[in-house]
Design a protein around this ligand. Structure first.
Ligand SMILES: [Zn+2]
Ligand SMILES: [Zn+2]
Length: 607
């Protein structure tokens, strides 16, 4: 059953009306417009005479509770036609404020096609003091049967919203709220909202020194700070090693290219609204900032004659691309205008397609396991039959879609089909990851593509000495470095697994006279080989109290803090603190090092 058919949907729809009723009782001059249920709750857009403040929400909530407690039925009241409906709106919904109060509702009524049924949400109650509460609102429903069902709700926040979404219209006040069937569900949701705020990668990214934005650089263009850049290096290093094991070869390609390349690839026809404005040089050649790496890798493939014995060819590149996301849609590094894909393109024969596809999915699963992301589902994005935003022949799409589904069946990987979620050149398999708060993120992707090889007339010479067309696989296990770092930051609330932590060990000298010993200890630790890499160690020799140094390194979620004072230097020990296990006391250096090197790669969820 879809959400739109569920009881929860009806409940939230009704809660929006209950809120509107409370608002009109408290603010009789407020003009109602629309109030639909949405994914996690509902909202209502209302035109207030004087601006509403966040503090006012509690008052509205209390009024809602009062109305809900009257336990009165909610009725669907039909109108004979639009003429009658207009009379109901003017006579019964304006709170004695005159026809101007019904301004938005009358426009909504007008938009209903003549002959269509017009119905109202109607609710009448009398309280103990004998006061009548009547509320009538133009609406198709569906609603719950009684206001007493609307018990577990919460008003969340205010936002501005233009009437009909048009900036030329008046800005209304949008009140967001949510409602659930049970108190427990509501509380769990509110708890997760609080957690999500604390874990917001934009907040943590700044606090942990991972990345920043500057208005002088531009919207959606992150600057990576030393700790964030270190994190990127560790992630790319890990993936590069996995790729070498699996027969990938590295390539590097430019950030811009001639428009001709993108005409050939089909980007100009189908992707133009996501591309930055074009550049023209003195010779009147047009250049484009690359939104995707594929055509470059295709050029490299095509630069020499290929035989079936050369295939599969697997070209990998951490390719930085730029896409012109609407400024309103840019969200930290989750949705940025410049980002780096862990991209690769495989050129394969039809016989190799299934094994190579399975190999890619296996790599993606290896990556997720290493990152500690265990909860995921697979989604096959197919073509939307009603859209013309795709390139290529139908038989190619059918073959590519079948190849993906067959490979999933061989792997016994369950998947859902999502029409309209394909890339413009082919269908794809996405891994959807559920984070610690139960939110879903679309991450790794693998695409099967018969169309770009055709557009570029790619070939290899087969065993029969005749030319054949290869099939392309596009894949990105992280999705992009930025997306994955955003997810990891929120998943772990900044406490990255040990192998990823930008600083793994902080050495804290107690006083200036311990600085030299601290540097020596740090050097010794850096020489220690952890998982084929040197440990990442920082000495915190700022002139701050030990307490402050500990608090700050703890806030930065540094896995180990090693405190060094007179007694430690004399005895050859070090005071060890672990970010999760707390103060572990003094221990000999050798024991401490052994413990650090044995630190597990995964981390318990610190929440
Ligand atoms: Zn309704
Ligand atoms: Zn590609």
């Amino acid at each position: 059953m879809s959400y739109e058919q569920s009881y929860l949907y009806k409940l939230r729809h009704s809660a929006a009306h209950l809120m509107a009723q409370a608002v009109t009782e408290l603010y009789p001059s407020a003009k109602l417009s629309i109030g639909p249920p949405i994914e996690n709750g509902f909202y209502y857009d209302i035109d207030f005479e004087s601006p509403l403040k966040e503090e006012d929400l509690e008052k509205i909530e209390n009024k809602m509770r009062e109305l809900s407690n009257l336990k009165e039925p909610i009725v669907c009241r039909p109108a004979k036609d639009k003429e009658e409906a207009k009379k109901v709106i003017l006579d019964e919904t304006t709170n004695g404020q005159g026809p101007e109060n019904a301004l938005y509702k009358l426009q909504l009524l007008e938009a209903i096609p003549d002959g269509d049924a017009v119905t109202f949400y109607e609710q009448r109650a009398t309280d103990k003091q004998g006061k009548e509460h009547a509320f009538i609102d133009l609406c198709r429903g569906p609603h719950v049967e009684n206001t007493s069902e609307i018990k577990n709700f919460k008003l969340l926040n205010l936002a501005g919203a233009y009437w009909r979404g048009d900036v030329k219209n008046k800005q209304l006040t949008r009140i967001y709220g949510t409602a659930f069937e049970t108190k427990d569900e509501l509380e769990a949701y509110l708890h997760n909202l609080e957690e999500a705020k604390k874990r917001d990668h934009r907040v943590l990214g700044r606090e942990l020194g991972l990345f920043m934005f500057s208005p002088r650089v531009g919207t959606g263009l992150p600057l990576w700070l030393p700790k964030g850049a270190t994190l990127r290096h560790v992630m790319t290093d890990f993936l590069q090693k996995e790729q070498v094991k699996r027969g990938y070869e590295p390539v590097v390609t430019p950030h811009i290219a001639n428009i001709k390349l993108y005409e050939k690839s089909g980007h100009i026809q189908t992707y133009r609204d996501k591309m930055f404005p074009f550049m023209e040089d003195e010779e009147k050649e047009t250049y484009i900032l690359k939104p995707m790496n594929c055509p470059f890798h295709i050029e490299i493939y095509q630069s020499q004659l290929r035989s079936y014995r050369d295939l599969p060819v697997r070209y990998a590149e951490f390719g930085t691309v730029h896409r012109y996301e609407q400024s309103g849609e840019v969200t930290g590094i989750l949705r940025a205008r410049g980002f780096t894909q862990d991209d690769a393109h495989l050129f394969v024969t039809p016989e190799q397609l299934q094994d190579e596809f399975i190999g890619v999915v296996d790599l993606m699963q290896t990556v997720l396991a290493k990152l500690g992301l265990k909860d995921f589902r697979a989604r096959v994005g197919t073509k939307d039959p009603g859209s013309d935003k795709y390139v290529g022949h139908d038989e190619n799409w059918v073959a590519a879609t079948k190849a993906i589904m067959d490979a999933c069946d061989v792997m016994k990987l369950e998947y859902e089909v999502s029409p309209g979620d394909a890339a413009f050149y082919g269908p794809k398999l996405d891994l959807m990851i559920k984070d610690a708060l139960g939110r879903e993120w679309q991450m790794g992707t693998v695409q099967v593509d018969y169309n770009l090889p055709e557009r570029f007339e790619l070939e290899y010479i087969g065993e029969d000495s005749k030319p054949h067309r290869p099939i392309m696989i596009h894949r990105a296990p992280f999705g992009s470095l930025e997306r994955m770092i955003a997810l990891m930051t929120e998943q772990y609330a900044g406490a990255f697994p040990f192998w990823l932590a930008p600083v793994q060990v902080a050495v804290l000298p107690i006083a200036d006279r311990h600085n030299e010993s601290a540097q020596q200890l740090a050097d010794r630790l850096r020489d220690s080989v952890y998982d084929t890499r040197a440990l990442r160690v920082e000495v915190d020799d700022r002139r701050e109290t030990l307490g402050k140094k500990i608090r700050e390194n703890q806030r930065h979620k540094v896995p180990f803090m090693l405190v060094l004072g007179d007694r430690d230097i004399e005895a050859g020990t070090v005071g060890v603190r672990h970010r999760e296990r707390g103060d572990l006391g003094a221990m000999p250096l050798a024991d401490c090092l052994k413990m650090i090197l044995e630190e597990p790669d995964t981390t318990s969820d610190p929440a």
